[in-house]
Design a protein around this ligand. Structure first.
Ligand code: ARG
Ligand code: GLU
Length: 696
């Protein structure tokens, strides 16, 4: 019994020690390959990334610069999240064709809908160019001089790199500027909407379920990449053809069970894994709470108004979702940091690091870093909070302040460069129109009343009664006439007069001071990264996310969010029916789906227990930008679609902990079930490659 316990402990430690991290796909040979094998993978590093032969990476695209997408057929069919395609789906929607509400399915190529501006980018190759980028950089240079040399060297490398006409290059910094990589990319710009479920499936559970498990959201949408007659990237043209990819992911029909290997391949946006404890304290104890408070004050107003009026509900749906998404994430982040004792643990770690510096005789070179962090953060925290609070009030929550801010940007741009007046004005007009499309002055005024006191003592509600900005027509009239006339009218507007000193204080004092202090912190963070790697060379170091292609791996696993509670790793269609509330805007279920559940018409998509799986959990280390990333099985087949993390685990951006950090994926069988049985879009199923890797 004792032995068994020890063995289990040993296995758990083994498993946890090998997870976490977002790795560079071209550098998986060796340690990562071994760790993946230990977790059950049958893939080699070359199966995942190969420059000379087709590999998994050829199927993974960066969707519009923010999300991830993957190719799932030989005809350029791609899969991403519903929330990633949301604005495209919305832009094709009207009262007659409400694709957001009812879903959309192109039944043939002709019905697929083009999307202006939407692009998907693939990685052709990744190359370490650190030596070239850092050549000529010396310790005596200032940070500014260093950066300008780095930029010059990077530009030279990009110029020297031979590429095809349709390819592009970029150089990106890793390990806070200690390593640099060159990327050759291909960007496709003719991307058409193929299918989207109704929001009652694609956004099922909405904000209540956002960031939590058990989850039952079918968060997917389908697009298709079109290419020119040579199969190369091209602007939209009617004559373009479906893209024939180098690789597309086969789709497994055999599903997953607890302990199965999972690999998530995508474009994570931003993490901060190597922060000193003083930074984590600052973020979770001061910075997050102040921003949470501002959003909470705004949400209280917006939520109440949305509940009392359908018109307001529709107008503010997307804005509310944006505000609520990060609000809820930050609360979870704080919970997780506290629950996992992250600050204390990081302090213990820092003590060990300091000891290692001494043993390795590195303390002379690096011993100043941690005390210097304490000093810099002591100096930085106030301005960091003030700056972010301004952004939360002026750019995230209050719309009148946002309009004055944009108008101020127009005025300064046109005054610095008189030739830019027309362009700056056009940009402002489009901003104002965008805001007024979904504007309710009563809501905004109450938001102002709620949030401004959290930023400034200077609160004046009367500006709402006299400003021109709260009405689109009168706002546009402000912008009529010569530049001189426009500036004059603008500066007479009460709201503009009120906001201008606050905006100027922000730009000239707050942001300027922030930038200066932030540069010092970044420079120190770069030294700290280097010091860590020298002092503790045997630890696993992965570079922080920076919107480049990464591999993360783990296993299907449940978790315990709190005492006596355990979450099974898989949710089922039955759970959708448990949550169903007729007519509710978060938990309604379409009749067709209820009927399919009642008749158990599940086709080939049910699990061996006879139930249709909907979502599942894994220990993959993901972040924002991994939305739409494929979850891939031990053989390279598609099994899931990443779209979220569990609440307590969102701290993984600073502190990945395999005990409670879980990513949430839609089970591919649920997606196929919806496409086939719900939408009847069987032609899409037919073009995929369905496989049975578990059946011998
Ligand atoms: N939490 C996920 C992400 O960070 C999903 C967001 C979309 N869903 C929503 N209810 N807002 O982006
Ligand atoms: N929903 C997030 C996204 O849009 C992914 C969730 C996360 O932050 O892990 O990328």
């Amino acid at each position: 019994m004792r032995l068994l316990k020890l063995l289990i402990l040993f296995i758990t430690i083994q498993v946890s020690a090998q997870q976490g991290g977002m790795w560079i796909p071209s550098l998986l040979e060796g340690m990562n390959e071994q760790e993946m094998t230990n977790l059950g993978s049958k893939l080699t590093a070359k199966d995942i990334y190969d420059v000379n032969n087709s590999s998994l990476k050829d199927a993974i695209g960066h969707f519009n610069g923010g999300c991830t997408t993957e190719i799932i057929s030989g005809k350029g069919l791609i899969l991403t999240n519903h929330h990633c395609g949301f604005s495209q789906i919305q832009s094709h929607s009207s009262l007659e064709n409400d694709y957001l509400k009812d879903g959309f399915w192109a039944m043939n190529l002709e019905e697929e809908l083009p999307n202006e501006g939407l692009f998907v980018e693939f990685i052709v190759s990744i190359e370490d160019v650190t030596t070239q980028v850092l050549s000529g950089i010396t310790d005596t240079m200032t940070e500014k001089e260093k950066q300008s040399s780095i930029d010059k060297n990077s530009n030279a490398i990009q110029k020297q790199t031979k590429t095809e006409a349709w390819q592009a290059t970029k150089v990106k910094s890793f390990y806070q500027g200690n390593q640099y990589f060159l990327f050759v990319t291909e960007r496709f710009e003719d991307i058409r909407l193929v299918g989207a479920p109704p929001s009652s499936i694609g956004k099922f559970g909405s904000d209540t379920d956002n960031w939590v498990f058990p989850r039952h959201t079918g968060d997917f949408s389908l697009f298709r990449i079109y290419a020119d007659e040579n199969n190369h990237p091209a602007k939209y043209s009617k004559t373009n053809k479906p893209y024939k990819p180098k690789h597309h992911l086969p789709v497994s029909l055999d599903g997953i069970e607890e302990g199965d290997f999972t690999l998530v391949f995508g474009f994570p946006g931003r993490t901060n894994e190597y922060l000193p404890s003083v930074a984590i304290e600052h973020i979770t104890q001061e910075y997050n709470p102040s921003n949470i408070a501002i959003r909470e004050a705004a949400l209280k107003v917006i939520d109440a108004k949305m509940k009392s009026s359908d018109a307001t509900r529709i107008k503010y749906a997307s804005k509310q979702a944006r505000i609520a998404n990060a609000w809820k994430k930050w609360i979870g982040e704080n919970l997780g940091i506290e629950k996992s004792n992250a600050v204390v643990n990081r302090k213990t770690f820092e003590n060990n690091y300091a000891k290692a510096l001494k043993t390795k005789k590195l303390d002379k070179k690096y011993g100043h870093i941690l005390p210097e962090f304490d000093r810099l953060y002591g100096d930085f925290s106030k301005i960091n909070i003030k700056r972010r609070n301004f952004i939360e009030v002026f750019l995230v929550t209050n719309e009148l302040m946002q309009m004055t801010f944009r108008a101020y940007q127009m005025e300064t741009a046109a005054k610095t460069n008189p030739n830019s007046f027309e362009n700056a004005k056009a940009a402002l007009v489009s901003r104002l129109k965008g805001i007024h499309k979904n504007y309710d002055v009563q809501v905004d005024k109450d938001v102002y009343k709620a949030v401004m006191p959290l930023y400034s003592n200077n609160v004046d509600i009367s500006i709402y009664d006299k400003t021109a900005f709260t009405d689109l027509k009168s706002a546009l009239q402000l912008l009529e006439g010569s530049p001189k006339e426009v500036f004059k009218k603008l500066n007479k507007d009460v709201a503009y007069k009120y906001a201008k000193p606050l905006i100027e204080e922000f730009i000239n004092t707050i942001d300027a001071e922030f930038q200066k202090k932030n540069t010092s912190i970044s420079a120190l963070q770069k030294q700290y990264m280097k010091a860590l790697m020298e002092a503790l060379p045997n630890a696993r170091y992965f570079p922080d996310a920076n919107s480049t292609l990464r591999v993360t791996y783990g296993q299907v696993r449940g978790y315990s969010p709190r005492d006596a509670v355990y979450y099974q790793p898989v949710s089922y269609l039955d759970g959708i029916m448990e949550k169903y509330i007729a007519g509710d805007y978060e938990f309604d279920v379409p009749k067709k789906l209820r009927d399919l559940h009642a008749s158990k018409d599940y086709g080939q998509y049910a699990d061996s227990n006879g139930k249709v799986p909907v979502c599942f959990l894994g220990t993959n280390h993901t972040t924002g930008g991994n939305s739409g990333s494929p979850a891939i099985d031990a053989q390279g087949n598609l099994i899931g679609l990443n779209f979220d993390r569990v609440w307590e685990g969102t701290m993984s951006d600073m502190n990945y902990d395999p005990e409670i950090c879980r990513n949430i994926m839609v089970d591919l069988r649920y997606i196929l079930f919806i496409v086939d049985k719900y939408a009847g879009a069987t032609h899409l199923i037919d073009e995929m490659t369905l496989v049975h890797p578990k059946k011998k």
